[in-house]
Write a protein that binds this ligand. Structure first.
Ligand SMILES: [Zn+2]
Length: 639
């Protein structure tokens, strides 16, 4: 999912998006807070959902749905005698049929739970089915799970169930443990409309003044990814040439936006080609990819048909990347939402980097600035009852995306892409669900590195480092001292390879410091004279408020260092020392050799030293300034 607000950082720089929608996002989150039962799923997971045949009747000019859901299931426990569905209690249930017999049921409104008891137990593993007939006015929650509105006077209904909204318009098991193996979706609606949904459009047949659209999908799908969009859509296709053949991208757009959409959507071709080349083949190639326009200023990655508020490049890339990360492999709990959103964000960035490298470079500092705008916050979602925390743009999206950028830097391109491919090919994960430790193990296998500390720092815990680098060069001997503070107490030290660029008029060079403790000293031989030193110039790492101090072949004796004013009154100044030089001791003695002032070790920041002399008796004094680049004595008179 991508609210346009969420991509605001990138949008500001990359300017491929629609207008911002903060108010919409705020309203939606407010709406969610007011709604009850923010539970992922209350239904007992005692069966495997094999198939749903969904039949819905909707007229987009009316906020109403009538449905008939046939569910094929296999009990996964012995003694199975009841089945539960996540389903809000506000609907009228007209009947529940099992083998042509009407069954009784109970509804628990506090848990949005529908429980149906069978006349006798069904054996473990036996395929069976039942049908629920219902109707009513959907309540809608989350990001607007069932929305009835209009565009330029034409009525529209669309659904957007992530994270907990499927139960507000159809009875299903909306957990993150059991995908529906296949679905058929039938929608009956006034014939002026078209229906967008998952999979392949099998037929559209007239039925009086209505049409019945039949979509089918034979790929496993999570309940929150099942969706319908119903309005007076125009449709056309783009085709993506791939090594495995041509992939259809079916676009359902508002008639009033047909020409602008046709100008934008062909960008999906290069997006899919890029992702295909970096990852595995598009995972739903036997069916299609598609876009269906909706009135929400964002996008939602419904499997094989993303619902789109607009057709900007970044939004199209983000929703398309979700087909691999989110749909093909779905986060196994909302705590792991970054496996959807961090990945979609990172691949959205890679797409921008590939096709708009200048804009990418210019926009990157703003991404870092936004993530580090607060000292804490983990990529791990630590409150899965809060929709705003699950979809926190700074943490689940941007910091999650940056975690992947840093992982790639740490383990290298080859191991990084190999890990992602192995993750996507893992039989235990593909078409199923994944949790973060399963991703970590693929990264460890492909890289041969122990990544416990890396993920502990960047996934489980909070904050980011600030680096302090001091450098000095004498001849070809270069010394770098790297220290670190952290923004959040949960991590006392971020262990990372830190790139440092050294530049001078006769050359430049980048070294990587394997930073394992603060104050660590690194010695190098450098065959040109460095005049400038940069920490992490390409922003491989997440860090902020870094400082660099240093100097080259300096000797205090040869520098023009002066003390003034002399004679002195209230204070004296010593100027001309290079910023960053370490002052080891500064002392003042009077004519009798008595020490009247001492200032200990510190880094000279501005190049000026200021000393308060107001309390000294009148007389003659000697200042001794001892630094790492030499010692100087000065004489002054206090008046
Ligand atoms: Zn997303």
């Amino acid at each position: 999912m991508c609210c346009v607000l969420i991509s605001v950082i990138v949008k500001a720089q990359f300017s491929h998006e629609e207008s911002s929608c903060k108010q919409i996002s705020d309203l939606e989150q407010e709406q969610w807070v007011k709604s009850k039962s923010p539970l992922s799923s209350a239904a007992i997971n005692n069966n495997d959902i094999v198939y749903h045949r969904c039949y819905w009747e909707v007229d987009p000019s009316v906020n109403y749905i009538k449905g008939s859901i046939t569910t094929f299931f296999k009990p996964t426990v012995t003694g199975f005698n009841k089945i539960e569905f996540d389903f809000v209690s506000s609907f009228t249930i007209n009947s529940v049929f099992y083998h042509s017999v009407s069954l009784t049921y109970t509804q628990q409104s506090s848990a949005d739970l529908l429980t149906i008891t069978f006349p006798s137990t069904i054996p473990k593993g036996a395929l069976d089915s039942l049908t629920i007939n219902y109707e009513g006015q959907p309540s809608g929650n989350g990001f607007g799970s069932f929305v009835q509105t209009n565009h330029q006077g034409a009525p529209i209904i669309w659904t957007l169930s992530e994270p907990f909204g499927a139960k507000t318009w159809w009875p299903c098991k909306q957990n993150l443990a059991d995908k529906i193996d296949s679905i058929d979706v039938f929608v009956k609606t006034p014939q002026i409309n078209r229906v967008a949904s998952n999979g392949i459009l099998v037929s559209e047949n007239l039925s009086g003044t209505n049409k019945i659209f039949h979509w089918k999908s034979r790929y496993p799908i999570a309940a929150y990814l099942v969706a319908i969009g119903v309005t007076n859509y125009d449709s056309y296709s783009d085709f993506v040439p791939l090594q495995t053949g041509s992939l259809q991208v079916l676009n359902y757009v508002y008639p009033e936006n047909l020409s602008s959409a046709k100008a934008s959507t062909p960008d999906i071709i290069k997006i899919i080609q890029l992702f295909d080349s970096l990852l595995i083949d598009y995972p739903f190639a036997k069916e299609k990819y598609g876009h269906a326009q909706i009135g929400w200023a964002g996008g939602m990655e419904h499997q094989t048909m993303s619902f789109m508020g607009g057709f900007g490049l970044s939004l199209m890339a983000h929703e398309c990347a979700h087909q691999w990360f989110g749909d093909y492999i779905t986060c196994g709990s909302w705590e792991d939402i970054w496996l959807n959103e961090g990945f979609a964000t990172y691949f959205e960035w890679l797409n921008t980097e590939r096709y708009f490298p200048d804009e990418w470079r210019n926009g990157l500092p703003n991404i870092v600035k936004s993530i580090t705008s607060q000292p804490g916050g983990s990529v791990l979602c630590d409150d899965t009852t809060s929709v705003s925390r699950i979809f926190d743009s700074r943490l689940s999206y941007s910091k999650g995306g940056y975690l992947l950028r840093m992982l790639r830097w740490k383990i290298g391109d080859v191991a990084f892409y190999k890990a992602l491919k192995n993750y996507l090919k893992d039989a235990a994960l593909k078409n199923k669900f994944a949790k973060t430790p399963q991703l970590i193990s693929h990264c460890e296998v492909s890289s041969g590195q122990d990544l416990t500390k890396f993920f502990d720092q960047w996934y489980y815990k909070q904050g980011y480092p600030s680096y302090q680098l001091r450098w000095s060069q004498s001849g070809s001997a270069l010394t770098l001292t790297l220290s670190q503070t952290t923004s959040h107490s949960s991590v006392s030290f971020f262990e990372m390879p830190v790139p440092v660029k050294l530049a001078g008029k006769d050359g430049d060079s980048t070294v990587v410091l394997n930073h394992i403790f603060s104050g660590q000293i690194f010695n190098f031989s450098l065959h040109f004279s460095a005049s400038k030193v940069f920490i992490d110039p390409d922003l491989k790492l997440l860090s902020a408020n870094n400082t660099v101090y240093g100097f080259n072949d300096q000797d205090l004796k040869t520098l023009e260092v002066v003390l003034f004013p002399n004679p002195a009154h209230e204070r004296i100044y010593i100027s001309g020392i290079p910023a960053g030089v370490l002052q080891e001791e500064l002392s003042i003695t009077d004519v009798l050799g008595r020490t009247v002032y001492v200032d200990n070790t510190k880094t000279i920041v501005s190049g000026d030293i200021e000393i308060n002399t107001g309390l000294l008796p009148t007389g003659v004094y000697i200042v001794r300034l001892h630094t790492e680049i030499g010692t100087r004595n000065f004489r002054f008179v206090k008046k």
